[in-house]
Design a protein around this ligand. Structure first.
Ligand SMILES: NC(=O)c1ccc[n+]([C@@H]2O[C@H](COP(=O)([O-])OP(=O)(O)OC[C@H]3O[C@@H](n4cnc5c(N)ncnc54)[C@H](OP(=O)(O)O)[C@@H]3O)[C@@H](O)[C@H]2O)c1
Length: 252
C-alpha cells in the first residue's frame, strides 16, 4: 500500500529520545526510510528494531550533533544508504538541549555546549542539507526551535538565546533556498514532557511549580504530528513556522 511518505528518505537527529524518537517513528509509519542519529547508540538500536519490526526501513548512525565531522558522516552515510535510495528528501534538525536558569544563574560552564549543539551543529547540518537540496531542486528542512526563542523568558534566557539564533538562521536559509523548490519549516514547541527537563536541570522547584497552572503538558507525539502535517502538504505550500503549545500554556 502506498503511504504518504513512501519513496522519501528522512534524516532525524536527536532520535534517541522525546520529539526526535516520536518523529522518526511517525515518519517511518508514514512510509519514509529513516536515518536516525544520536549519541546513545543503544537507544537508537531499540528504535531501529521497533521500526524494522513494523516493516520500515531504518539506518541507525551514532554520533555527536555538535561535531561537524560527525554531522558530515551522518549525511554521507545517508547518501550512500542503498535502502534509502542514496538520497535525502527530508532533514529534521532536532538534536538539542536545554539549560535551566537565566543569564544570572544558569551554569556558565555549559554555555559553549548549548551553542555548539543548538546553534553551530544545527546550522552545519542545515547548510549541508541546503547545499544538497538546492542542487536536487527539492527537499524539506524542518528545524526545531522553541517558544522561548521568540519569547525570551527570565527563566531560560541563555538557552532561549540559542533558539532565537536558530530561528533566525532558519529564516535566512529559507530565503536562500526557497526559489530552488526547497522548503524550510520552523517548528516552535511549547512545553513537551521528554528527556529535556532532566538534561536541562529542571525540577519541581524551578519548573514544576511554575507550570502547575498550565494543565496537561504536550507529549512528543504532538510535535511529531505537526511535522508530519507540514511535510505532507502540496509541494508548493510551505508552512514557514508553527508554534505548538499545551492549550493552557500562557507564557512563554
Ligand atoms: N521538551 C521541550 O519542552 C522542548 C520545547 C521546545 C523545544 N525543544 C527542543 O526540541 C528538541 C528535542 O528535545 P526533546 O524535548 O525531545 O528532548 P530529549 O528527550 O532530551 O531529546 C534530545 C535529543 O537530542 C539528542 N542530543 C542532544 N545533544 C546531542 C548531541 N550533542 N549530539 C547528538 N544528539 C544530541 C539526544 O540524544 P543523545 O543524548 O542520545 O545524544 C536526544 O535524542 C531540542 O532541540 C529542544 O531544544 C524542546
Amino acid at each position: 500500500m502506498n503511504k504518504p511518505l513512501s519513496g522519501k528518505t528522512a534524516i532525524v537527529t536527536g532520535s534517541s529520545s522525546g520529539i526526535g524518537y516520536a518523529t522518526a517513528s511517525t515518519l517511518a509509519q508514514a512510509g519514509a526510510a529513516v536515518v536516525i542519529h544520536a549519541r546513545r547508540k543503544d537507544r537508537l538500536d531499540e528504535l531501529a528494531s521497533e521500526i524494522a519490526a513494523q516493516g520500515g526501513k531504518v539506518l541507525a548512525v551514532g554520533g555527536d550533533a555538535s561535531i561537524q565531522v560527525d554531522i558530515d558522516v551522518l549525511v554521507d552515510r545517508a547518501l550512500s544508504w542503498d535502502e534509502g535510495g542514496c538520497k535525502v528528501d527530508i532533514v529534521v534538525v532536532n538534536a538539542g538541549r536545554g539549560l535551566a536558569g537565566g543569564i544570572l544563574d544558569s551554569e556558565e560552564s555549559l554555555w559553549p555546549e548549548i551553542y555548539q549543539v543548538n546553534v553551530l551543529g544545527a546550522a552545519h547540518l542545515m547548510r549541508r542539507a541546503g547545499q544538497y537540496m538546492v542542487q536536487r531542486k527539492s527537499g524539506d528542512i524542518v528545524v526545531i526551535g522553541s517558544v522561548v526563542g521568540r519569547n525570551i523568558s527570565p527563566f531560560s534566557g541563555f538557552y532561549g538565546s540559542s533558539k532565537s539564533a536558530i530561528c533566525a538562521i532558519a529564516e535566512g536559509l529559507r530565503r536562500e533556498v526557497c526559489t530552488h523548490k526547497v522548503r524550510v519549516s520552523l517548528v516552535m514547541p511549547g512545553i513537551v514532557l521528554s528527556g529535556f527537563q532532566n538534561v536541562a536541570g529542571y525540577d519541581e522547584e524551578n519548573f514544576g511549580k511554575g507550570i502547575a497552572q498550565f494543565g496537561k503538558m504536550l507529549e512528543p507525539q504532538a510535535i511529531a504530528d505537526g511535522i508530519f502535517w507540514l511535510l505532507t502538504l502540496p509541494p508548493h505550500v510551505n508552512v514557514n513556522e508553527i508554534t505548538i503549545r499545551p492549550t493552557g500554556q500562557s507564557y512563554p
